[in-house]
Design a binder for this molecule. Structure first.
Ligand SMILES: NC(=O)c1ccc[n+]([C@@H]2O[C@H](COP(=O)([O-])OP(=O)(O)OC[C@H]3O[C@@H](n4cnc5c(N)ncnc54)[C@H](O)[C@@H]3O)[C@@H](O)[C@H]2O)c1
Length: 472
């Protein structure tokens, strides 16, 4: 068993710490005392409520509580660890899109001024290549200033978990990527992960490759989504169904079926910021990445188009109109609203004078929304703790499906009396569901479901082909 200290008790730090505590002694350091107190309360069994929502996290923290010590004190955090894992935030700098590395530098400075023994430091935060080397310099300098005898090896170990499935992702990751130059540190870290995951999933690389592998993976996934969203527009134009097209594509093992679901754009705390960070980083080095740049721009188009569809359906005037929004977390099962497309759409509706009634099964998502939109709450924005709770209070509303929670896979019109339109931002309704709605007089707008919405004219297509597709 090793002593491991995590810096950062957020979505990545706390979930990973809870998992690692099944095998090792873990200290979770976060300067935010509110978080420490909340973790302590959960460990003591005083509450089930944490400041983040991730299914299974509270249970795992309690199960491994003997091995977990939360702290806001650096002396405690750095008393024993042979391994220090940095999981602090690297948010976008709004003006430039660069990943903000200041929290990592602060963490490195804090470690350098308190650590008295040798340790390995792994950067789990998502960072551009070169960051671990920069932090190595910061640590070296700070240890020198503090007169510490400690020697530290710094490497990269990017995290690939996804919110909503974090606990399962941590139990059985597709891969554990470690970039380290120091041979002894390589051996120690390899042993550390081997005890948890076995040999097969561990990939040891150089530092820069490990760092880049995370940005590259997220950019690839984001590009797939934008590619499919672009195709969805074509499906609408030709009267095809993007779901059928992607099903056919996904049956090819070279393509695979995952991440081919069209929708109103990707959101969350990773894809938007990481694609932007990668593109900005590469541009700064005069190696532009036009495909990644296009994926970023295309994502904005996907959301705008969805919003425009709503506006067009109301002839541009939403004053006094009523909307029901199911799902505000950027995906199902999370309270994380960072860059949530559903929230973006909702913001436009509110700005245009509509009233929005929101339900999300994750209580934390509703709470975060209430905090972020405090001034609209109770006026034009209302939240509910049941899916149909708003039904008696609204008259002929439109429903917007904002994430892919299973509860949203069917729509019961009866509690509402009547529903004007369903705008399905994630294409969660099956063709059968849509047909049933249409039979009940409800309009349907998905993304790229031209077969169901009948937006294309077959004769026009045929005329287009006849006119342009034969010479002579
Ligand atoms: N959220 C995800 O799904 C996910 C997945 C993979 C990778 N990542 C990456 O992991 C990193 C962390 O993301 P997150 O979502 O957990 O962020 P988060 O905002 O939830 O948590 C970051 C935590 O770091 C703490 N912190 C700030 N400065 C600190 C310091 N000097 N010392 C110790 N703690 C400090 C903050 O108080 C906060 O609790 C980011 O780089 C992110 O891109 C996130």
């Amino acid at each position: 068993m090793q002593n491991v200290t995590f810096f950062g008790a957020g979505y990545v730090g706390l979930t990973t710490a809870a998992h690692v505590a099944g095998t090792h002694k873990v200290v979770v350091y976060d300067p935010d005392e509110v978080k420490r107190t909340a973790i302590e309360a959960v460990l003591e069994g005083d509450t089930d409520h944490l400041y983040i929502h991730e299914a299974g996290l509270v249970e795992l923290l309690r199960k491994n509580k003997r091995n977990i010590h939360p702290t806001s004190t650096l002396d405690e955090a750095l008393e024993k660890p042979e391994l220090i894992i940095l999981a602090v935030g690297t948010p976008s700098i709004p003006e430039t899109g660069h990943a903000n590395l200041k929290y990592l530098v602060e963490a490195a400075q804090a470690i350098g001024s308190h650590l008295l023994h040798d340790a390995v430091v792994l950067v789990k935060s998502t960072v551009p290549p070169g960051t671990s080397s920069m932090l190595d310099d910061v640590l070296f300098e700070q240890l020198g200033i503090a007169g510490s005898p400690a020697r530290v090896a710094v490497g990269a170990c990017p995290e690939f978990l996804a919110e909503g499935t974090a606990m399962a992702d941590l139990r059985t990751p597709y891969r554990v990527v470690v970039g380290l130059d120091d041979p002894q540190a390589q051996r120690e870290v390899h042993r550390f992960f081997r005890t948890m995951y076995g040999e097969g999933t561990i990939l040891m690389t150089d530092v820069a490759s490990a760092e880049l592998s995370k940005h590259a993976s997220n950019a690839m996934l984001a590009t797939r989504i934008t590619f499919v969203n672009d195709l969805a527009r074509l499906c609408e134009a030709v009267g095809a169904d993007i779901k059928a097209v992607t099903r056919a594509m996904g049956m090819d093992p070279r393509i695979g079926s995952k991440f081919l679901n069209a929708g109103f754009g990707y959101g969350g705390s990773c894809f938007p910021k990481d694609t932007r960070a990668l593109a900005t980083f590469a541009r700064g080095l005069h190696v532009p990445l036009p495909i990644v740049e296009a994926a970023i721009a295309g994502n904005e188009v996907a959301t705008e188009r969805f919003t425009q569809n709503i506006l067009a359906s109301y002839n541009g005037d939403l004053t006094g109109e009523q909307f029901v929004l199911w799902g505000v977390g950027f995906k199902a099962g999370t309270d994380d609203l960072r860059d949530s497309r559903a929230v973006e759409v909702m913001r436009t509706l509110l700005e245009r004078g509509a009233t929005v009634h929101v339900y999300d099964p994750v209580a934390g998502a509703r709470r975060n929304l209430e905090e972020d939109f405090e001034s609209a709450l109770g006026h034009h924005l209302f939240t509910y703790d049941s899916q149909y709770g708003m039904a008696p209070l609204v008259d002929h509303p439109s429903i917007i499906i904002g994430n892919e929670d299973n509860q949203f896979r069917s729509v019961d019109v009866a509690p509402f009396g009547s529903v004007r339109t369903v705008f399905d931002g994630k294409n969660v309704l099956s063709a059968e569901e849509v047909l049933a709605l249409q039979e009940a007089g409800v309009q349907y707008h998905g993304v790229g479901r031209g077969t169901l919405t009948g937006s294309a004219s077959r004769p026009d297509l045929v005329a287009y082909l006849r006119h342009h597709y034969m010479d002579g």
